[in-house]
Design a protein. Structure first.
Length: 228
């Protein structure tokens, strides 16, 4: 007596990166020291270089605890020390020496470096309204052009992906960088759609050739902050 053939089932499965893809965890540095008019930041290649604030060091510790249990094959930081300080707890836990990727540093704010961007944002400077309306950094006098900023970030991440096929990389970087990267990955018509990643947050990008696949944005579960 013949038995009926077993019905084929087509299940849903969790996402799996394509073979040879690079997973990149983009971590925004912890909160940096406040800007004070009488005590300007040290500059590195014309960009403000504040250290982490006490809360920022706590962010760094929590990031280290969150990612220490993940498979991380390499760590990258920028030329600005707040990224290296944020990466330090994870690097120590994993026994990895961070590599420096200069082109993943923050957008250069021209005449508004050294804490002036924070001050003018708080003061309601008219250029701030124009910046958000036009969604362009280069409305700030002397600032890096948006096109140059976007091109250097794409170049840097493309190099990292080429150097780490099939691996997972933690990249400690900046809020403006994460915003631009995810705008490019999503092909968003609003350039600032992803601006505002929290200090110490983790965002997740998968790069496979020319494909940039968004997996998560602004994950702050490890910071124990309420939804908001």
């Amino acid at each position: 007596m013949s038995t009926p053939e077993q019905e084929i089932e087509y299940r849903q499965h969790r996402f799996s990166p394509p073979p040879g893809a690079t997973e990149i965890f983009l971590v925004r540095h912890g909160e940096s020291a406040p800007a004070r008019g009488e005590n300007p930041f040290t500059l590195v290649e014309g960009q403000a270089d504040p250290e982490l604030a006490p809360d920022g060091r706590d962010h760094a510790r929590r990031v280290g605890d969150r990612l220490a249990g993940e498979r991380i094959d390499a760590i990258y930081v920028t030329t600005l020390r707040r990224t290296a300080e944020t990466a330090a707890p994870l690097a120590e836990k994993l026994g990895l020496t961070p590599a420096v990727e200069r082109d993943l540093r923050e957008i250069h704010l021209g005449d508004w470096e050294n804490g002036l961007f924070r001050k003018y944002s708080a003061d309601g400077h008219p250029v701030i309204e124009r910046l958000w309306t036009e969604q362009r950094w280069d409305v700030i006098p002397g600032a890096e052009s948006d096109e140059a900023f976007g091109a250097r970030l794409r170049g840097a991440l493309t190099r990292i992906a080429a150097a780490h096929p099939g691996q997972r990389v933690a990249v400690f970087t900046h809020g403006g960088v994460i915003g631009e990267v995810f705008a490019q990955a999503s092909r968003s018509v609003e350039r600032f759609a992803f601006l505002g990643a929290d200090n110490g947050s983790i965002s997740h990008l998968v790069i496979h050739g020319d494909r940039w696949i968004i997996r998560r944005f602004n994950d702050t579960a490890h910071l124990a902050t309420p939804l908001g």
